[in-house]
Design a protein around this ligand. Structure first.
Ligand code: CA
Length: 225
């Protein structure tokens, strides 16, 4: 399925130039020639990316960006503008846009930035953590090892997720306690050792080396190798 891109740009020549170029790269492209129509389309339809001019009739690009973000539409937005001051860039990015390109630009640069934004979007979609045969699904909270489901308590899950997110880094007991409990837990970091032992017995089914390693005097680490 091809990626859908919305271009909101009032200069017809520029809009058509971008549309034609993107279609040659096999993107599906819609064009809106003012901020109002663009906002409508962006709120109604699902796009993978929006190329948005800043100076537009009816509603300017910055306002369009702000209003879309207010509606929790998170489609990546690449702003196009003739302005080039730092202040304008800051306003643009603060409004919720993801990137910024100053006119006139080379089509190749536009394309490269679009590709980068789409890649980033794909990465954000990734919903799983994986270390060796161990897979943790961040949405369903399912944990599997070699396709076998592992039943964890919420605290065990929380510790495992934290260790997996920090893979290849040593995580101290204190950090784990802070992560697992909302309140301050002064000296009771031993509780973490209890959870870690339980976790180990659940996830270390048949692997020869422990998935969760004890780093003496420092804490725990999960290694990806
Ligand atoms: Ca314009």
């Amino acid at each position: 399925m091809s990626m859908r891109i919305l271009i909101i740009e009032d200069e017809k020549k520029v809009a058509n130039f971008i549309k034609k170029g993107l279609e040659e790269e096999f993107y599906a492209v819609d064009v809106a020639l003012n901020g109002r129509d663009g906002f409508e389309l962006a709120s109604k339809e699902e796009y993978d990316l929006i190329v948005l001019d800043v100076m537009l009739p009816y509603i300017d690009g910055i306002t369009v960006t702000r209003e879309l973000r207010k509606k929790e539409i998170t489609t990546p937005i690449l702003l196009l503008t003739v302005k080039e001051t730092i202040q304008d860039k800051i306003i643009g990015l603060d409004s919720g846009a993801d990137d910024y390109l100053t006119k006139p630009f080379a089509f190749e640069e536009l394309l490269a930035r679009i590709r980068a934004l789409l890649r980033r979007k794909e990465q954000n979609k990734s919903i799983g953590l994986k270390i060796g045969d161990l897979i943790l699904d961040l949405q369903s909270h399912n944990v599997k090892i070699k396709d076998k489901e592992i039943i964890l308590t919420p605290k065990e899950y929380s510790i495992l997720e934290y260790l997996m997110r920090n893979k290849n880094r040593v995580v101290s007991r204190t950090k784990l306690v802070e992560h697992v409990y909302d309140y301050h837990f002064d000296t009771e970091t031993n509780i973490i050792d209890v959870y870690i032992n339980k976790l180990r017995s659940k996830i270390n089914c048949d692997s020869s080396k422990p998935l969760i390693q004890t780093i003496r005097g420092a804490g725990y680490m999960m290694k990806d190798d």
